[in-house]
Design a binder for this molecule. Structure first.
Ligand code: ADP
Ligand code: MG
Length: 572
C-alpha cells in the first residue's frame, strides 16, 4: 500500500511537471513566432501575466466557467500584444527588446498595485479545471496552426521579413501589418498559456512571471531551433525531461539555461533541428552540384537586341508609365537629388547614367518607395503616387518593381520560393487579367509560369545561395516581375557580369519591354547604355544635366565634362 502511494506521488509530481512544461511550450511557441520573423521582442512574461490574472479574475470574481475564463484571458493578452505592436512595432533590434522587457516589468509592478490581483500574495483557490485534454488539445491545435502558417505564403513572407525586411517591403509585403499580426499571435499564445496555467496550479502569484522563467523558455526554444515550428516544442520536451531525469540539472536549472543559450547561439544558432536540417541539405547539395554547373549557360539563345532594331518594330504611341516632377532628396546637408523630373513610357528603356555618387541609386530608392523625397511628386499611369512615397510595399502594390544594386535574394530558400515572394505585390486589379480573385491554385500556376518564362524551371528547387552570379541576377529579375509590374527599376543589373551574362540580361529586358513594361535601368557602362537604351538621363551631383536620344546626349559638353571630371566614361 505504502509503496503504491509513493509511486503515485512520484508519478503525480512528474505528471504535474509534464503538464506545466506543455503549457509553457505555448510560451515557447510564442517566442518562436516572434524570433522566426526577426522580431527581437520579449514581452512574453508580461503577456502571460495579463492572461493569467484576467482568467483568474473571470474565474474567481466573475464566477465564469473555465472555458470562458480561459477565452477571456487569451483575448486580453491578444489585445495587449496588438496594442504593444501598434505602439512599438516600428522599433527594431535592441530597442524593441528593451521596450518589451520593460513592458513585462511594468505589468509586474501593476500587479502589485491592483487589488483584484491579490498583490504580492497572489490569489488562491482557482478551480483546477485544466484537463489533460485541454492542454494537449491546445498544444496540438497551436502546432497545427503554426505549421499551416509556415507552409502558406504567409510563412514565406515571414521568412522574407526575417531575412531582409526592406527587400520584403519591395515585394509588396506590409511589414508593419505582419508585425502587428505576429505580436498579437504571441499575445494569444502567452495568454492561453497563462490562463491554462492558473487553472492547472490553482493559484497565481506575481513572482512566477520572472526573468528566470523567460530565460528558461528562451533556452528551450534556442535549443530546439528558434526558426523551426517544432523547435519550441522539441526543446521544451527535451529540457524538461532532462531536468526531471537528471536531478542535478533541475537544481542548477538557471546555470544550465545560461550555458545552453550561450553554447547553442555560439556554435549552432539554429539549434538541434538546424543541425539536422543542415546535414540533410549538405547531402542534397552535393547531389545537386552537377545540375548547378550545367545551368550557368543562358538557356534561351540570347536574342540580339539593341535600341535601333527595336525602334523599327515598335510604334511610338506608348502611354506614359511614370511621370516624376521636381523630385528632391536631401540627406542632412547633402543634396542627393535636385529637382529631378523624368518620364518613362510603356515599352521604353530609359537609362540613367552619371558618375559615382551622382544620385542614381537614390533616384531608384525614391521611385520604389524606399526613401520619402524631400520634395516633388509623381504619377504612375496618371495616378498620383505621392502618398506612396516612403512606403515600398505600397509602391510595389501600385505596380513598381525593382532589383537591387547588390543582389538581395534569400540564399536559404529555393529559387521557386524566392520567386513566389515576388507575387505579394499583386494588387489584384493590377495583374492576372482573367479574374480579379486569386486562389491558391492559380498562384502556383503563376509561379511556374514565371519560372518557365525566365528559364528557371529546371533549377526551381535549388537554393538561391548555390547559384552562379548571373543566375542569381536572373532570379532577382524574375522575382521583381513575377506580379507583372507596370514599371521595373534595375540598379546595375549587369555589374560584375561577363559579356555572355550581360547579353542574357538584356535579352530578358527586351522581352519585358515587348510586353509593354516601362523599364528604368542604371548602369555605369556608357557605351553599353547608349547601345540599348531608348533615352538617357544624365545625373551629376543630383542634377539632370542632359536627357534624350543617347547619341545626342553623349555629345553634350556638360556630359563629357561631368565624366571627365568624375570617373571617366565607360568605367566604374
Ligand atoms: P550613385 O548610385 O549615383 O552612385 P547614390 O544615389 O548612391 O549615388 O548617392 C548619391 C549621394 O547621396 C551620395 O553623395 C551619397 O553619399 C548620398 N547618399 C545616398 N544615400 C544616402 C543615405 N541613406 N544617407 C546619406 N547620404 C546618402
Ligand atoms: Mg548606385
Amino acid at each position: 500500500m505504502e509503496i503504491n502511494a509513493q509511486i503515485l506521488e512520484i508519478f503525480g509530481v512528474y505528471a504535474f511537471a509534464a503538464r506545466s512544461a506543455l503549457v509553457l511550450s505555448l510560451v515557447a511557441m510564442a517566442i518562436y513566432v516572434l524570433l522566426n520573423a526577426g522580431i527581437f521582442a520579449l514581452p512574453h512574461m508580461g503577456l502571460m501575466a495579463v492572461g493569467s490574472y484576467s482568467a483568474t479574475v473571470l474565474s474567481l470574481d466573475a464566477q465564469l466557467p473555465f472555458f470562458v475564463a480561459v477565452a477571456g484571458g487569451t483575448v486580453a493578452a491578444t489585445l495587449c500584444g496588438l496594442i504593444l505592436a501598434a505602439v512599438l512595432g516600428r522599433l527594431n533590434g535592441i530597442y524593441l527588446a528593451i521596450a518589451t522587457i520593460a513592458f513585462s516589468e511594468a505589468v509586474s509592478a501593476a500587479v502589485l498595485n491592483i487589488p483584484l490581483t491579490g498583490a504580492a500574495q497572489g490569489r488562491v483557490g482557482i478551480p483546477r479545471s485544466t484537463t489533460d485534454l485541454a492542454i494537449v488539445g491546445s498544444v496540438v491545435l497551436v502546432l497545427a496552426l503554426l505549421i499551416a502558417i509556415r507552409r502558406s505564403r504567409l510563412g514565406l513572407s515571414i521568412v522574407a521579413i526575417r531575412e531582409d525586411a526592406l527587400m520584403a517591403g519591395h515585394q509588396g509585403i506590409n511589414v508593419f501589418a505582419y508585425r502587428i499580426g505576429l505580436m498579437s499571435l504571441a499575445g494569444f499564445l502567452c495568454g492561453l498559456a497563462g490562463a491554462l496555467n492558473v487553472h492547472l496550479a490553482g493559484f497565481v502569484e506575481p513572482g512566477f512571471f520572472n526573468f528566470g522563467l523567460l530565460a528558461h523558455t528562451l533556452a528551450n526554444v534556442v535549443m530546439g531551433g528558434m526558426v523551426y515550428v517544432g523547435g519550441a516544442l522539441l526543446g521544451t520536451i527535451l529540457m524538461s525531461t532532462l531536468s526531471q531525469a537528471v536531478t542535478v540539472v533541475g537544481e542548477y536549472q538557471g546555470i544550465v539555461n545560461g550555458v545552453i543559450i550561450i553554447t547553442v547561439v555560439a556554435f549552432a544558432p539554429f539549434g538541434l533541428i538546424g543541425v539536422v536540417s543542415d546535414f540533410l541539405r549538405q547531402r542534397k547539395r552535393s547531389r545537386g552540384q552537377v545540375l548547378g554547373g550545367q545551368s550557368n549557360a543562358p538557356n534561351n539563345a540570347a536574342i540580339k537586341f539593341d535600341r535601333l532594331s527595336r525602334k523599327n518594330k515598335t510604334n511610338e504611341s506608348h502611354e506614359t508609365v511614370i511621370d516624376l516632377s521636381d523630385i528632391s532628396m536631401h540627406f542632412g546637408g547633402i543634396v542627393a537629388l535636385h529637382s529631378v523630373s523624368l518620364t518613362c513610357s510603356s515599352g521604353e528603356l530609359l537609362g540613367v547614367i552619371g558618375p559615382n555618387g551622382s544620385g542614381k541609386t537614390t533616384l531608384l530608392n525614391v521611385i520604389s518607395g524606399a526613401y520619402k523625397p524631400t520634395g516633388g511628386s509623381g504619377a504612375l499611369q496618371g495616378q498620383e503616387i505621392k502618398s506612396f512615397f516612403g512606403s515600398p510595399y505600397l509602391m510595389s502594390r501600385a505596380g513598381i518593381a525593382r532589383t537591387f544594386q547588390t543582389i538581395r535574394l534569400i540564399d536559404d530558400l529555393s529559387v521557386r520560393d524566392n520567386v513566389t515572394i515576388g507575387l505579394n505585390s499583386t494588387s489584384g486589379k493590377n495583374s492576372f487579367q482573367s479574374n480579379g480573385t486569386l486562389n491558391q491554385l492559380s498562384r502556383v500556376d503563376e509561379v511556374e509560369r514565371v519560372l518557365q518564362e525566365h528559364g528557371l524551371a529546371h533549377i526551381a528547387d535549388m537554393y538561391a545561395g548555390e547559384l552562379s552570379y548571373g543566375l542569381r541576377r536572373r532570379v532577382e529579375i524574375a522575382r521583381a516581375v513575377a506580379s507583372r509590374p507596370k514599371l521595373l527599376l534595375l540598379d546595375e543589373p549587369t555589374a560584375g557580369m561577363d559579356p555572355q551574362e550581360r547579353e542574357d540580361v538584356f535579352a530578358r529586358i527586351s522581352s519585358l519591354l515587348s510586353q509593354g513594361m516601362g523599364i528604368i535601368v542604371v548602369e555605369h557602362d556608357v557605351a553599353m547604355m547608349s547601345q540599348y537604351c531608348d533615352r538617357l538621363v544624365v545625373l551629376d551631383f543630383g542634377l539632370v544635366i542632359a536627357s534624350g536620344d543617347p547619341d545626342i546626349v553623349l555629345q553634350q559638353e556638360s556630359v563629357i565634362s561631368a565624366y571627365v571630371g568624375g570617373q571617366g566614361a565607360g568605367k566604374r
